[in-house]
Design a protein around this ligand. Structure first.
Ligand SMILES: *Cc1c(COP(=O)(O)O)cnc(C)c1O
Length: 386
């Protein structure tokens, strides 16, 4: 049966693609070696720098975020290198699995999936590594499985306090263009991101923003790489081209997205996400449910993960809201499967869309007989009206 009206895609990525971007993507594909393409490529490569806040190079892959994760590792590391990773949740765990598969020795600082990376723990670990065997520190900025944000600038300071030369790598696949991010200012060596979250694009593009130190590491890194090699990309990129066929239509969309972000103003985009996060948490707490992120100040403006009361299935609740209200909510991943649902409030989004989203959640809680206090939507509305 046809579902009338708007589908609410409120998972924390892919986020709904705005009409303007869909329009840009729908233009005819062109010769990626022709003169017209160079303008598209150059605009994308230079435009991305304004989003990552970097003067250094940003590489673009026709791949999902997972590809850019692998690219970050294989471009700067050698077989058997030790890397320090922080367990913020499901996505940091997946990144670690890639490191393991590539033959790196990845060490995990354990976390409880309820907050961001702890700079003090990282500092202590690095201080004990007197012989500098750790070659890289990898942290997820916005942990999409839990709705927690890691303090990236503070982790940089922790690495510096330990006086450690390890490269600093950050996954901001779901944080970029939604949360404040400063590749250069925060001293990140490799930033990994993707297209389908804050950038409001469909899946299929991913990025590595790369410091001079990381470019130098690329020259001596011995992990096997071909498709991902920065060294093969940098030459063609100088003229706006790529060594193999790029995702031309998504690049049209990327250029449109960058324009849209600057038209709104990046600071306004960040403030909007923060405000929607605050209003969502107010509603959740009023319902009497728990926000998964328990560290104050680390709650994400991108999404809110909500703990279901004991004995209530988050997946049954999500199935009901989809069926009854045409809204897709995010599921709990791996060890929090069925215990958590996630409300995405990222990308091309506004107050009324949030109110409708929260209304869908509240009506769903009622229909699913999940114990809660009704009226959370009103609380969120009051927040938004302040
Ligand atoms: C979505 C996401 C990924 C994975 O990206 P894919 O595009 O699914 O490969 C990795 N890390 C984080 C934090 C994400 O949100």
């Amino acid at each position: 049966m046809r579902n009338s009206g708007h589908h609410f895609l409120q998972i924390p990525g892919p986020s709904a693609v705005p009409e303007r971007i869909l329009g840009a993507i729908s233009k005819q594909t062109i010769d990626h070696r022709g003169p017209e393409f160079a303008k598209v490529g150059q605009r994308a490569l230079s435009g991305l720098k304004t989003i990552f806040k970097t003067k250094e190079h940003v590489f673009i892959y026709p791949a999902s975020g997972t590809g850019a994760w692998e690219a970050a590792l294989v471009n700067v590391l050698s077989p058997g290198d030790r890397v320090l990773m922080y367990e913020t949740g499901h996505f940091s765990t997946l990144w670690k699995k890639i490191a393991d598969k590539l033959g790196l020795k990845a060490e995990f600082l354990q976390g409880d999936w309820r907050g961001g990376a702890d700079p003090d723990q990282i500092e202590t670990f690095l201080s004990e590594d007197k012989t500098h065997e750790i070659k890289a520190v990898c942290v997820v900025h916005n942990e999409t499985s839990t709705g927690s944000v890691s303090p990236i600038a503070a982790v940089r300071k922790a690495i510096d306090r330990a006086n450690h030369p390890a490269l600093f790598m950050v996954d901001t696949i779901s944080g970029l263009a939604s949360l404040e991010y400063e590749h250069d200012e925060w001293g990140v060596d490799v930033t990994v991101s993707g297209s389908q979250k804050g950038l409001m694009l469909p899946p299929g593009l991913s990025f590595n923003a790369v410091s001079k130190k990381a470019m130098a590491a690329n020259k001596i890194a011995r992990l096997q790489r071909s498709y991902w090699d920065w060294a093969d990309m940098i030459g063609p990129n100088e003229k706006g081209y790529f060594p193999y066929t790029p995702n031309t239509n998504l690049l049209y969309g990327l250029n449109e997205a960058i324009d849209m972000l600057h038209e709104e103003g990046l600071q306004n985009v960040f403030a909007r996400h923060a405000r929607h996060g605050t209003a969502t948490r107010a509603a959740v707490r009023f319902w009497g449910l728990e926000v998964l992120c328990s560290k104050q100040g680390q709650e994400s403006g991108v999404l809110t993960a909500v703990l279901m009361p004991e004995d209530c299935s988050a997946d049954a609740f999500r199935a009901l809201t989809l069926e009854r209200f045409n809204i897709s909510l995010g599921n709990g991943l791996s060890k929090i499967a069925d215990k958590v649902f996630r409300i995405g409030h990222l990308g091309d989004f506004n107050d009324l869309m949030l109110v409708a989203t929260l209304a869908g959640v509240e009506m769903g809680l009622k229909k699913s007989n999940v114990p809660h206090s009704s009226g959370g939507v009103g609380i969120a509305m009051d927040r938004l009206n302040k």
